[in-house]
Ligand binder design. Structure first.
Ligand code: ZN
Length: 319
């Protein structure tokens, strides 16, 4: 690796998103965010991902045409000291036109033992848009594993499932073992561990192509935390502008919000930093970055000067 390549390595990297058609998806990822082509129900945009189910390809610059998983393996200098195992994070934009199934994710230990060594899934949501009376499913009302199993077996879903109101700009952490569901009408940015393991507990008895989608009752009962922790919904809409606010620091990631109204500057001193512009437009070190664009700022990127009117979510690993 020569000096010139090192210097090129400090450029911001952008990826072509991977789009996922889903039964519950809508048309807003195309219509409002410009991802992909119209005419299909797209539920998920995998914006920054090295997962084998959707490995994003670099769009331009020195690394054009290579996937994020390749960069992670072949260009460790881009990721500081963080490059071991698999690229750890996955950033998605989700458009739920209809309710998602009620589900739960395993932790690392359960996934490693039962899902071919996969990572578990801790995730968090930043609500991009929703109706006035929107709600999320977070948690359940069973006090013991026995009560949980009985309620599931007897289909007492209304009694079991907890719903919480959410508003645009709210932020929620979803730990493994938390029963959860995104309800119709909600758009959100998800930052999560790079994992695709979901256990479906209940699908509202819906049919997909004439058949119910498979449920994973045994695995769900194995991994659901009992009793459930209270949902931790943070309001962020009123946080002051032009300051970086840490929304969560957990074992797997840190996530920050910046409401930009004018200018802001900082040093990129993380192993790598993911930058998602979720509203408005800005210039980052002179480069225009619009709503729906996601950049990876590699290790050693240095000073970041941002100007404009925009809402930006940043994420990185927790070293
Ligand atoms: Zn989930």
């Amino acid at each position: 690796m020569n000096q010139e390549n090192h210097a090129r390595g400090a450029e911001a990297i952008s990826f072509a998103p991977v789009l996922k058609e889903t039964v519950w998806g809508g048309e807003r990822l195309y219509g409002e965010y410009g991802y992909g082509v119209p005419g299909r129900k797209v539920g998920e945009c995998w914006a920054v991902s090295a997962h084998p189910n959707g490995d994003c390809v670099v769009r331009e610059g020195a690394y054009r045409g290579r996937t994020l998983s390749q960069l992670w393996r072949e260009e460790p200098q881009l990721f500081g000291g963080a490059a071991k195992g698999e690229f750890p994070l996955l950033v998605k934009v989700i458009d739920a036109a209809d309710d998602l199934s009620i589900q739960v994710h395993p932790d690392d230990a359960y996934a490693a033992a039962n899902e071919n060594g996969s990572l578990g899934k801790t995730e968090c949501w930043y609500i991009l848009d929703c109706a006035q009376d929107a709600r999320l499913v977070i948690g359940h009302n069973a006090d013991t594993k026995k009560e949980l199993a009985d309620m599931v077996e007897q289909g007492r879903w209304k009694e079991l499932i907890r719903e919480v109101p959410v508003h645009k700009g709210d932020f929620v952490q979803i730990n493994p073992g938390t029963v959860h569901a995104i309800k119709g009408g909600i758009m959100l940015l998800e930052t999560q561990q790079s994992s695709d393991v979901t256990y479906r507990l209940y699908d509202y008895d819906r049919l997909s192509d004439g058949r119910p989608r498979p449920l994973h009752i045994r695995q769900s009962l194995d991994v659901i935390t009992v009793p459930a922790a209270p949902a931790d919904v943070k309001e962020t809409a009123s946080l002051p502008a032009n300051e970086l606010h840490l929304l969560i620091a957990c074992r797997y990631y840190r996530v920050w919000k910046l409401a930009l109204a004018g200018s802001f500057s900082m040093e990129q001193d993380c192993p790598f930093l993911l930058m998602s512009v979720v509203a408005g437009t800005c210039r980052m070190n002179g480069r225009p970055v619009g709503k729906g664009e996601h950049l990876l700022l590699p290790a050693g990127y240095g000073s970041v000067e941002i100007e404009g009117e925009a809402e930006i979510i940043f994420s990185s690993v927790n070293e």
